[in-house]
Design a protein around this ligand. Sequence first.
Ligand code: GDP
Length: 441
Amino acid sequence: MVFEGLAEKLQNTLSKLKGKGKVSEKDVAEAMREVKLALLEADVNFKVVKDFINKVKERAVGSDVLESLTPGQQIIKIVNEELTALMGTTQSKLTFASKPPTIIMMVGLQGAGKTTTSGKLAKMLKKQGKRPLLVAGDIYRPAAIKQLQVVGGQVDVPVFTLGDQTSPVEIAKAALEHANKNGNDVMLVDTAGRLHIDEALMEELQNIKSAIKPHEILLVVDSMTGQDAVNVAQHFNDQLGVDGVILTKLDGDTRGGAALSVRAVTNKPIKFAALGEKLDDLEPFHPDRMASRILGMGDVLSLIEKAQANFDEKKAKELEKKIKSQSFTFEDFLDQLQQVQSMGPISQLLEMIPGAGKQLKGMEVNEKELLHIQAIIQSMTREERINPSVLNASRRKRIAAGSGTSVQQVNRLIKQFEQTRKMMKQFTDMEKSMKKGGKFK
Ligand code: GDP
């Protein structure tokens, strides 16, 4: 979960305030002491923490907050606002060139996630109707070119390479020509990284920068590296100048401090957050939504956007029709299941629902169960999926064996499915009779 430890501590501290009818200055001081510790433990930069606490304290005791009817809530609102400000206030989008191609240069240390993130970004841009080109500019790391080609293949985006014997500057220039010729309107240049910052690397990146004049230099930062991530960001920004940051591995068991400090220390916006190894796991970074997630207020907007991006509207309409005409089958069920799964791990989705993160903590979201259901349906023949009434005992036994589940599991699923179908029928019948009776217009 994103910022798990930090979120839990902040939520605990603030919920103590929330319940109070009266909040004294002493209560605020005590709460802020706890917030400060939580932030430091999450590896947020010391100076950033100090400024943050001072701002919140000042606002909390300075105005009429403590005299208001809901002082606790007001303080939570202030913390939310300041947390949002810390991460940049508003979403910062990519700048596209008025004359294509837009050139994006991906930089960062080795292992930060440049290659993977280039693929994710290419996929996202393609979904938005762009024609991206991936450029293999890392000629040093063994297999870096191959890795980009594999990623490019998975997202169906062409990869430009001249092998590992041409200099990255020449590769970048040739790639630009290629993009111009082939109508690629965005060019994503994957560059080399090192384990540590070194002069030779910086010089090479500066040379590429002067040769192709990128519209965006995006620094890819591994958020698991804590304070180091902040130092790296500062260094890259001083030496090369970056336009934005992409935080990767926010899905890991990270303390998250990097996300909260990078913006404040470098003054460069966080443009995207990567929350997993899959090529769909990239989100535009919204400071306000992230703050809400950390404070357990949920992020319904991101959830809706995720659903919209993953659900096919035409399919949804068809489904509605099927439900109404009662021809909903196991085939449709499987389709739905796969669509939900394509949105990412269920636990990550639940986190976006207000209050759910905390409530559901400790509850194992049973992704395995979903896999079982999927396997059971996949072991059915087409006839069985469409007409489950043919599922006699021997067929059920065969399905259990085929899907690696038990007959009880198969029985349970079929029963649930039939109940759902019955419920759908009742709903549609009810709707019909209401319409007839003129109650619904
Ligand atoms: P590069 O050296 O900067 O090009 O880094 P890579 O793209 O090769 O990524 C290094 C490793 O981090 C790979 O194993 C990736 O699968 C993994 N990785 C990248 N982004 C994420 C992320 O957001 N979450 C997780 N869990 N792993 C990631």
